[in-house]
Design a protein around this ligand. Structure first.
Ligand SMILES: *Cc1c(COP(=O)(O)O)cnc(C)c1O
Length: 218
């Protein structure tokens, strides 16, 4: 199957309004052009240097939104804020405060998602589920950041039922946080190649798909 055919097939399984982010780490600019031709307008990258090269090679493509989905490193935060429209994985209060300060200096208002761990997972960054509620007052003071919602990456090896229940936990937390903040957190960045179907069942609004579109990364 071609990239375009895979995208078409995935689209058919997504509810209207779910944003399909093509995760393109390790993917060539030519393959990204194919995805663009098939209608993909959102690209997710997790390594800044690689992304900068491809952004330059693809700068003729109109209307592309770049999503930084990796762990944000302090020394690269400024450049990341300047070159990505969405920051998916703000995973602790200090990082939020640091990028808020930077955004203020740069006079920009990046769209930010907060990373949640619905299940204990020593390998992953993020707030452990409801622990984030204690940080809400401090997060609200980060006035240069536009908090759009929550993001999660599930641990490997879960059953379908466990995946669904973990995604639902994140969704329920986002509703609760929206009430405390007095504005809705609209976005849920949930679902990768192996778990996007339970993610959309739990109201994901953005799926981050790499392998299932572009094939295995070598
Ligand atoms: C690599 C990556 C993805 C895509 O993973 P696939 O399993 O290839 O779809 C999604 N989200 C993040 C944060 C990633 O690093």
């Amino acid at each position: 199957m071609t990239i375009a055919q895979r995208i078409e097939q995935i689209r058919a399984s997504l509810p209207a309004g779910v944003r399909l982010i093509g995760v393109t780490k390790g993917v060539s600019p030519d393959a990204m052009r194919e995805a663009y031709e098939a209608g993909v307008r959102d690209f997710g990258e997790n390594r800044l240097q690689e992304a900068l090269v491809k952004q330059e090679q693809l700068k003729d493509l109109e209307g592309v939104q770049w999503h930084f989905i990796g762990h944000l490193q302090a020394n690269k935060a400024k450049k990341t804020l300047l070159t990505f429209q969405w920051i998916h994985a703000v995973d602790n209060l200090e990082l939020a405060q640091r990028i808020d300060r930077l955004a203020g200096e740069l006079n920009i208002h990046p769209r930010v998602l907060l990373q949640i761990k619905p299940l204990p997972d020593p390998q992953k960054y993020g707030w452990e589920n409801e622990n984030i509620l204690a940080d809400l007052p401090a997060l609200q003071l980060c006035q240069h950041l536009k908090f759009q919602g929550l993001m999660t990456i599930l641990p490997l090896g879960l059953s379908s039922a466990e995946k669904l229940s973990a995604f639902e936990k994140v969704r329920d937390l986002s509703i609760k946080m929206g009430k405390e903040l007095n504005y809705p957190l609209r976005e849920l960045s949930m679902g990768m190649s192996g778990d996007y179907l339970p993610a959309v069942q739990a109201d994901s609004t953005m799926v981050r798909l790499g392998t299932i579109i572009f094939g295995d990364r070598s």
